[in-house]
Design a binder for this molecule. Structure first.
Ligand code: NAD
Length: 258
């Protein structure tokens, strides 16, 4: 018995990183999974390997969402889960951020989450209920210099999560958010995108860097976030909705002066 037997879940940004680990874990727990991304070759390879459906889905495009819902419904008859995971990060102080860059981050992280709730939320409600997990961030709850656009959108994701939880509860749809700290994916560890790089070495360097910042003394792993998303997608969290769940090795707990 898997914890997601009989469920049908769309995971966005599932070609790599946290989304890929969520897709793998959900499939292993019995769900039918739709791997959705703009990285078609990588996404198709992941989907093929785990026995999932691949959908090209740019989360900022409403028509792509409608097509993904149609493809999932046609393949599996219904949709009762969504992980809004796709996201992008850009580094700049607010003073140096071009408007185009700010809007690009808003389009993916914030509009993407909104369109997912709007489009898939309706399909989940029509199926009689289910779950939505939005991917916010540590920076959805606190500030971080030089990533202002990103931080603003992750705060917005928590606002969307709370409102969606209120609006969709009567339809049996629970909506929660994960708030990861630093996680060892291409977003925090660009060496993963460089075929020449020693990725294990880069991960060890990140562990050393985060030893000073994070009480648990290391960067997080995408598999750890996937396990939290599984909890929020499964019946184990049946009485929980509208909440942010921080998974950050204790980073947000405070600062230590000793
Ligand atoms: P990642 O860069 O490896 O993965 C992001 C995925 O999103 C990629 O597969 C990418 O192709 C996809 N994507 C980007 N734009 C898209 C679009 N318009 N439509 C569909 N897919 C798109 O990084 P990750 O760490 O796996 O990121 C997953 C989520 O976790 C993001 O929302 C990110 O903001 C969040 N997050 C990451 C960290 C971290 O330290 N890695 C920390 C907190 C939150």
């Amino acid at each position: 018995m898997g914890r997601l037997d009989g469920r049908v879940v769309i995971v966005t940004g599932a070609a790599r990183g946290q989304g890929e680990q969520e897709a793998r874990l959900f499939r292993a727990e019995g769900a039918q999974v739709v791997v959705a991304d703009v990285l078609d070759d990588q996404g198709e390879a992941v989907a093929k390997e785990i026995g999932a459906l691949y959908a090209h889905l740019d989360v900022g495009e409403e028509a792509d969402w409608r097509a993904a819902v149609a493809a999932a419904t046609s393949a599996y008859g219904r949709i009762d889960g969504l992980v809004n995971n796709a996201g992008i990060l850009r580094f700049n102080t607010l003073a140096d951020t071009p408007l185009d860059e700010f809007m690009q981050v808003v389009r993916v992280n914030q509009v993407g989450c909104f369109l997912g709730i709007k489009t898939v939320g309706a399909a989940i409600a029509a199926a009689g209920g289910g779950t939505i997990v939005n991917t916010a961030s540590y920076t959805g709850l606190t500030g971080m210099a030089a990533i202002g656009a990103y931080t603003a959108t992750k705060h917005a994701v928590l606002g969307l999560t709370r409102v969606a939880a209120l609006e969709l509860a009567s339809a049996g749809v629970r909506v929660n958010a994960v708030c990861p700290g630093a996680i060892d994916t291409a977003m925090s560890n660009p060496a993963q995108l460089d075929p020449e790089a020693d990725v294990a070495q880069a991960s060890r360097s990140l562990d050393r860097f985060y030893r000073k910042l994070v009480p648990l003394g290391r960067i997080g792993r995408p598999e750890e976030v996937a396990r939290l998303a599984l909890f929020l997608t499964s019946d184990d969290s049946s009485y929980i909705t509208g909440q942010p769940f921080v998974i950050d090795g204790g980073w947000l707990a405070g600062v230590s002066v000793v």
